[in-house]
Ligand binder design. Structure first.
Ligand code: CP
Length: 288
């Protein structure tokens, strides 16, 4: 089984993956006794996705190889396909790949004969992040149908936003977007943060993805924080049971105030923890 794009999974299959992740959270044991090897091939920087896939593999009793792109033969012009094929020939049982190119996996499918787990493609998809976000929401509310979420920030450049907007709508949630006008995404329900903050169940913040911008953002950090950042004044206007999420890494005092990061409504570190369980579920299903 490949995990490339959540569009390939029915809502029933998505709930089954979340159920399995919940089982791992509750202590389900699987031990491959070092007989399976997961290769983590990150062609873009990552902390959470890379090392939680690694941790998930280790918890399942797999061995891992962690590709060092900076000191690899990429520097000699080797292609993505040739790199991935090399790890398949080494004997990897599955590959986890993050790459800057949207839908990079289309050049691999049908030619790579081990499961591919997409750890993020450009501004396109981030399926494992979206699944851990869904797990966190389901743990909190016990359902998706009828929930309202606002995704705030650099929606245009965010694979997390793009993946979540599609799957959340499919699961019956209403998704709004907010933030600077320049990051407004066509076809989304774009709203003023201060007008929606007291009406939503989830406030999902995004980092400004400077690395994907051709020119620097117009606003200063202070202006951004004042206009679009989540501070305690805004938190205090949220519904009593509403929660704050962020895929991280976050920039303190830009999109999120320092004192909001670990406030009682924040589920940011819980998301990170859930990432391990979701990735255990994905590796387990891929190896089956
Ligand atoms: N959320 C996320 O993808 O974080 P990393 O870039 O650190 O993997």
């Amino acid at each position: 089984m490949n995990v490339l794009n959540l569009d390939d999974f029915s809502t029933e299959e998505i709930n089954q993956i979340l159920d399995l992740a919940e089982e791992f959270k509750n202590g389900k044991q699987v031990d491959y006794k070092g007989e399976k090897v997961i290769a983590n091939l990150f062609f873009e920087p990552s902390t959470r996705t890379h090392y939680s896939f690694d941790m998930a593999a280790l918890k399942l009793g797999c061995k891992t190889q962690n590709f060092d792109a900076e000191n690899s033969s990429l520097k000699k012009g080797e292609t993505l396909y040739d790199t991935v094929k090399t790890f398949e020939m080494f004997g990897a049982d599955a590959v986890v790949i993050r790459h800057v190119e949207n839908e990079y996996y289309k050049q691999l499918v049908g030619k790579i004969n081990i499961p591919i787990l997409n750890a993020g493609d450009g501004t396109g998809n981030h399926p494992s992040q979206s699944l851990l976000d869904l797990l966190t929401i389901r743990q909190e509310f016990g359902k998706f149908e009828g929930l309202k979420v606002v995704i705030v920030g650099d929606v245009t450049h965010s694979r997390v936003a793009h993946t979540n907007m599609k799957i959340m709508e499919r699961l019956g949630m209403t998704v709004y977007t907010s933030g600077p006008e320049e990051y407004r995404e066509e076809g989304t329900k774009f709203v003023d943060l201060d007008e929606i903050i007291d009406k939503v169940d989830v406030v999902m913040l995004l980092r400004v993805q400077h690395e994907r911008h051709e020119h620097s953002m117009i606003e200063t950090v202070e202006e951004y924080h004042k206009l679009h950042g989540l501070n305690m004044d805004r938190v205090n206007k949220m519904k009593e049971n509403a929660i704050i999420m962020h895929p991280a890494p976050f920039n303190r005092n830009v999109e999120i105030a320092d004192d909001v990061v670990e406030c009682s409504k924040s589920r940011i570190f819980k998301q990170i923890q859930n990432g391990v369980y979701v990735r255990m579920a994905l590796i387990y299903k891929a190896l089956k």
